[in-house]
Design a protein around this ligand. Structure first.
Ligand code: ADP
Ligand code: MG
Length: 461
């Protein structure tokens, strides 16, 4: 039996205490399998589903070997998108609290390169980057990868899907051959194994089975005719009334159609797909994560890797032809102790895919008639929160405490009525309980935050 206590690992007291402070009591399965090998200095190919704690699995490996007294860049993490890079950098910062002064920077496209160049002059212990932007820096000689000890390829399958292979190859060749390479991925097809084999030395492979405990997730399939698809999604939402739902579609067009249909029925929904620019994506994710949007409609690619904590339900608007993808999708709900709801719509011509899923998961599918979906009492399905966007951010030295203070101490609202606060470079988002939103807006826009007035507006109504 593998032990799940972090204390069983050769980690310093400071790192263990910090994990305790973060509330990481036991290792997740991929950490339990991967960390002992990573800490030995082995190369690693690790596969586990989204949300299984892969970041800490390589993050602790990085932190463990990092010498913060040495200013050279010692670790590099490559991610497919800026968003994932930011997520990884944030988690690494939390883990690195154990070391004291550790500089972690992200180098991603979509933002000006100048400030990055300036920031690099002061040195960075860890760089988290997307391949394209890092290549730019290599070409300008504004980064030095010659002292890298740990190289991580995160979401490696997706980097390859997105056509980053040549960039990754180039970047790897700029790292010293004497290094540890860790490859993390949610799926792991043979072509990835082959493509990445040349980056790794005698890698150990660890894989956590992605089939879930049937008891964690209530899974139901509804047989529908194709023209009933969109309406049935709405009926499901009105019947189960989940606070946060991720609805998967196979195509972008389907995403758009569904979010429009739901909006027309008074259900707040936002679509996440490849055509959005970075700012639009951020707006969508902030509103969904802080519970001011009920449904996020996404393609598999768009939803990959996103760390969304509380998902009450996953809806498969189409059945996916790949059973592994299905298992991934439904695994986004029912994390930890909470029980999840996974509902799939299946048209007659998708039946063969449902059969494949049944075989793959080794459990019979529960079928229900969509006619049993009756709206539950409670009127319209409203999200509990509304997002207020404040035209001031990090650049204005705003911090979450400033906004919380203005709302609670100055304006007299209760702590519980205020939700998530996200501070970005130029704007901030604060989630407000629906019932107090108007009053809070009135007080905040007529008063001040940290002695200053900011313009603000609601993201939706
Ligand atoms: P993945 O990369 O596998 O999709 P993440 O690394 O983003 O998953 O982790 C998902 C969430 O789990 C994060 O919010 C992270 O802080 C949390 N987490 C990771 N490891 C642990 C642990 N051992 N105990 C509790 N929470 C954890
Ligand atoms: Mg991850």
């Amino acid at each position: 039996m593998t032990t799940l206590s972090f204390a069983s690992l050769p980690l310093s007291r400071a790192i263990l205490d910090n994990l305790d402070n973060l509330g990481y009591q036991t290792m997740t399965p991929i950490q339990a399998q991967g960390l002992p090998l990573a800490l030995e200095g082995r190369d690693l190919i690790a596969q586990a589903k989204t949300g299984s704690g892969k970041t800490a699995a390589f993050g602790l490996g990085i932190i463990h070997t990092l010498n913060s007294a040495m200013s050279a860049t010692q670790a590099l993490v490559l991610c497919p998108t800026r968003e994932l890079a930011e997520q990884v950098a944030n988690e690494l910062r939390r883990l690195a609290r154990a070391l004291g002064n550790t500089k972690i920077i992200t180098l991603c496209g979509g933002t000006p390169i100048r400030p990055q160049v300036e920031s690099l002059k002061f040195g960075a212990h860890i760089i988290v980057a997307t391949p394209g932007r890092l290549m730019d820096h290599l070409d300008r000689s504004t980064v030095d990868l010659s002292r890298i000890r740990t190289l991580v390829l995160d979401e490696a399958d997706r980097m390859l899907d997105m056509g980053f292979y040549d960039d990754v190859k180039y970047i790897v060749s700029a790292c010293p051959p004497q290094r540890q390479t860790l490859l993390f991925s949610a799926t792991y097809a043979d072509d990835i194994r082959q493509a990445s084999a040349r980056f790794l030395k005698k890698p150990a492979e660890v894989k956590v089975e992605s089939v879930h405990e049937a008891s964690q997730i209530k899974q139901v399939f509804y047989e529908i005719q194709p023209d009933q698809r969109l309406a049935t999604v709405a009926q499901i939402l009105e019947h189960y009334r989940p606070v946060s739902t991720l609805a998967f579609c196979n195509t972008k067009a389907q995403c758009r159609e569904l979010s429009q249909h739901l909006e027309s029925r008074g259900i707040s929904a936002l679509a996440l797909h490849g055509d959005l620019d970075q700012r639009e994506r951020e707006d969508v994710l902030v509103q969904f994560a802080n519970q001011s949007c009920s449904v996020l409609v996404a393609t598999d690619v768009a939803a990959r890797g996103l760390d969304i904590q509380t998902l009450d339900a996953v809806i498969n608007v189409d059945v996916t032809p790949d059973p592994e993808v299905h298992i991934h999708r439904i695994g986004r709900t029912g994390r930890g102790q909470a029980k999840g709801l996974a509902l799939s719509l299946c048209s007659p011509d998708e039946m063969r895919w449902a059969n494949q899923i049944e075989k793959y998961q080794g459990q019979p599918i529960t079928w229900a008639n969509p006619k049993t979906l009756k709206p539950a009492p409670g009127g319209r399905l409203h999200p509990p929160m509304i997002t207020l966007c404040i035209q001031g951010g990090k650049k204005d030295k705003l911090r979450p405490g400033d906004i919380l203070g203005a709302l609670t101490k100055d304006a007299g609202f209760a702590f519980e009525q205020i939700g998530k606060i996200n501070i970005l470079e130029f704007v901030s988002f604060v989630a407000l309980e629906r019932g107090i939103a108007k009053a809070a807006y009135a007080k905040l826009s007529n008063g001040n935050i940290k002695g200053r007035r900011f313009r603000m507006r609601f993201m939706s109504d």
